[in-house]
Design a protein around this ligand. Structure first.
Ligand code: AMP
Length: 395
């Protein structure tokens, strides 16, 4: 999969349209985590060394085609200005005044930031008219929004297609994400351990089936584990189970057997009577869970076993929490996995918002070799799909 990269574009004094993923959490007008803005800086700095005529664009939240002030990118513009040391001219009405005209008025220390793309219904519909408005007057297109590459939206696909193939390229973040995730599917160092958690087998089936081609161990946690245990005929009490998805689990076992991948399930659990922030945690030291209790985290023996396997692995990929980590009493399994990964000598990759949040909560995010910025995009990529935002940049 050969896509065009930033260093293949001639950017000198060009007008450059850049799709970024600046979809950061904002509470009461304050950005609570600016990781995604920081992740976009290397590409912006690279472009700014060659031209000052740069216009970043992004979505924020899901305003569903309507102008909603709480989803304005204005606070993002202020933070971007601070981090880049430039002035950011915020362009609200770019569908009325072509951005090109604004660019022509700018000083050398000013860049443009478009208002939230999803204020316009044309964005998610990949509307041609809206795509034209975005692309109009620009010489080059760069996509560095890894988290949205799986969406065939106007700023990701439609606008990109309006540039000649040699005028559109991936940014540095997209390049790095793809080389790491593609590397896991090429020749990962063995043993390669995949840790899957989260709520549903059905959400992860594509990824699991694809990764069974490459992995040696598959460790299961989260609510997913109870569907696996149920399939094995083990009592799981009142745990969350996808009873109608047992056929998917059967398929996973069949493929795992053919490829000699060992699937490892929790052997003890932390349970509660109900799914509640104030629920009292009960240790259940057996594989089976009695009626009246539901499994909400992996137990201490499982935590140790998973940590031991992680320590011995050369490549480790983790997606999806081991339990209801949002509630402190059920967060330990996820925190132990994050800590074990941080200590592991192997190459470590974490994808998916919740697992990344768990690594942050454990204070070990810096010790992980690669943390993916895109949950949905990384999952679809690991299913083996060519993402729409990548396809348009292929050579
Ligand atoms: P996902 O979005 O599929 O990665 O799932 C993440 C969600 O799964 C988190 O909000 C967790 O609270 C939830 N989760 C993890 N383990 C369990 C469990 N044992 N029972 C119910 N929900 C769980």
């Amino acid at each position: 999969m050969e896509f065009r990269k930033l260093n293949e574009l001639d950017l000198t004094n060009k007008k450059v349209l850049v799709r970024l993923d600046l979809n950061v959490p904002i509470k009461k007008g304050q950005i609570t985590d600016d990781t995604r803005i920081r992740a976009a800086l290397p590409t912006l700095r690279y472009i700014l060394e060659r031209t000052h005529k740069v216009a970043p664009m992004s979505h924020l939240g899901r305003p569903d085609g309507e102008v909603m002030p709480e989803y304005s990118l204005e606070p993002v513009g202020l933070r971007l200005a601070e981090l880049l040391g430039v002035e950011v001219a915020f362009v609200r009405d770019y569908t009325e005044e072509p951005a090109e005209q604004v660019l022509n008025r700018l000083d050398k220390n000013q860049i443009i930031l478009f208002e939230n793309l999803r204020f316009h219904p044309g964005e998610t519909k990949n509307d041609l008219d809206f795509s034209r408005k975005l692309a109009q007057g620009f010489d080059c297109y760069v996509n560095d929004a890894f988290g949205t590459l799986h969406r065939a939206h106007a700023s990701v696909v439609g606008a990109a297609e309006l540039f000649a193939p040699e005028k559109r390229a991936a940014g540095l973040l997209v390049d790095k994400e793809i080389s790491v995730l593609a590397g896991l599917q090429k020749n990962p160092g063995a043993p390669f351990t995949v840790i899957m958690g989260g709520s549903k087998v059905s959400d992860k089936i594509g990824v699991v089936l694809n990764l069974l081609n490459h992995a040696n161990y598959l460790l299961i946690g989260g609510a997913m584990a109870y569907t696996f245990l149920k399939y094995q005929g083990i009592d799981v009490g009142d745990s969350r189970v996808e009873s109608d998805k047992l056929d998917l689990v059967a398929k996973i076992y069949k493929n795992a057997e053919a490829r000699k991948v060992e699937i490892i399930l929790p052997e003890d659990h932390i349970c509660a009577e109900k799914f509640d922030a104030a629920a009292v945690a009960v240790d259940i030291p057996s594989k089976s869970i009695p009626r009246g209790l539901m499994g909400l985290d992996i137990g201490p023996r499982t935590q140790k076993r998973y940590a031991d396997i992680i320590a011995l692995s050369k490549t480790i990929l983790w997606n999806g929490p081991m339990g209801v980590f949002e509630f402190d009493q059920f967060a330990k399994g996820s925190l132990r996995v994050a800590e074990a990964m941080a200590k592991a000598p192997g190459y470590t990759v974490i994808g998916g918002g919740d697992s990344v949040a768990a690594a942050n909560k454990a204070g070990v995010a810096e010790k992980i070799d690669h943390i993916s910025t895109g949950g949905g995009a990384s999952l679809e990529f690991l299913e083996g799909q060519i993402l729409p935002g990548v396809r348009v940049l292929l050579k």
